[in-house]
Design a protein around this ligand. Structure first.
Ligand code: MG
Length: 369
């Protein structure tokens, strides 16, 4: 039995991971950890019976008896686990990834920010083969590369195009939060759904792929049905892909059972319609923020951390109704252009870039209110 620590258990991936673990004989739930949601954590603890339930920042007045709380909760959740599923939302997840790498146990990574902002710091753990991606596109690439002795020479990440894919261009600027949160194919958390509509998520995924699969050029292909979950070109010129109904339980299960597990059918009643599969190039006019974040990835160093922090602040402001949808990319762009790039050599470098970018993005939001 593999003991799994589920970090971010109350989020979308965390909730699905608990279902996967409880339905799989080879996996045992070691611990659950969340930031704040004590009620949901309590009901998860009663239903799934982990050895430890941890809450980092319990809300005032909540009954936390039986929970491990505060700053030590992360160490407590990871300690004694055989594998960590990091499904923490946002750049907070980096600390958990670094701790997992330090302890030297496998990391099933759903927190893409760990690589976007701190890939440099996880390089050794990745090259040791101890980071197994959970992001659906990267899970696909990872699976496609299994059993291939010769290196691949091209990766194409597929993108659904997000909730505004078919909205007329002139209406995108003023799209409302409720329109944006209607994702056509994937059921995910709020921030990532907004990031899909701006394609910032896809730019982050290109950066993520750069760390996970070094040396292989990465492109993006629009594929509205989200059935082909990315493609890899092998040395002989043939392409390999993984196809299936979009369901995060599939990459979650794969990562947790890798390399030895018996994969179980994740059940689906809806048959796939193969005749409907379509592919298109990405329209740069529709997704201006994509190119901005991609450039930050190419610049490297602290730039991706700055782009990520500015995006987090801008997305929150958009969801609160303080800025327009079109303002998200503009804020990321303006914060990046004021940034003097630095190197990432330790967590502190990331945190400083993150803090600076949040302050600057906050000011940019205020200016627009
Ligand atoms: Mg993805």
């Amino acid at each position: 039995m593999k003991r799994v620590a589920v970090l971010g258990s109350t989020g979308s991936i965390g909730v699905q991971a608990l279902e996967v673990i409880s339905g799989t004989d080879e996996l045992e739930l070691h611990s659950i950890l969340c930031a704040k949601r004590a009620d949901l954590l309590g009901s998860q603890a009663r239903r799934f019976r982990p050895s430890k339930a941890c809450i980092v920042d319990p809300p005032e007045g909540c009954d936390c008896s039986g929970f491990i709380t505060g700053q030590d909760s992360l160490e407590a959740a990871i300690g004694g686990a055989d594998i960590v599923l990091n499904a923490i939302v946002g750049s907070e997840g980096l600390r958990a990834s670094l701790l997992t790498a330090q302890i030297g146990i496998p990391l099933a990574l759903a927190n893409k920010e760990s690589l976007v902002v701190g890939g440099e710091l996880l390089r050794k753990h990745i090259s040791a083969g101890s980071v197994i991606p959970v992001d659906s596109e990267h899970s696909t690439v990872f699976r496609c590369l299994q059993g291939e002795e010769r290196p691949a020479d091209r990766i194409l990440l597929t993108a659904s195009g997000g909730s505004l894919r078919d909205v007329p261009l002139e209406r995108i600027e003023t799209a409302t939060p409720s329109e944006v949160l209607e994702h056509p194919t994937w059921n995910m958390g709020a921030r990532i759904t907004v990031d899909s509509a701006t394609m910032v998520n896809k730019a982050f995924e290109v950066i993520e792929a750069g760390w996970l699969f070094p040396g292989i050029p990465v492109g993006v292909l629009l594929h509205p049905q989200s059935v082909v979950h990315s493609l890899v070109r092998l040395e002989d010129g043939s392409w390999k892909a993984l196809l299936g109904t979009p369901d995060m339980k599939i990459p979650i299960q794969y990562a947790l059972l890798w390399p030895s597990g018996g994969l179980k059918r994740i059940s689906h009643d809806s048959p796939l319609d193969w005749t409907e599969l379509a592919f298109e190039p990405l329209d740069a006019l529709r997704y201006p923020a994509f190119g901005i974040v991609l450039c930050a990835g190419e610049s490297g160093g602290t730039c991706p951390a700055v782009a990520n922090a500015a995006d987090e602040v801008a997305v929150e402001a958009f969801l609160d109704g303080r800025i327009l949808f079109g303002g998200i990319g503009e804020i990321i762009d303006s914060v990046l252009s004021d940034h003097v790039p630095g190197k990432i050599t330790c967590l502190q470098d990331v945190l400083e870039a993150d803090r600076w970018a949040r302050t600057e993005a906050g000011k940019a939001v205020e200016k627009r209110c």
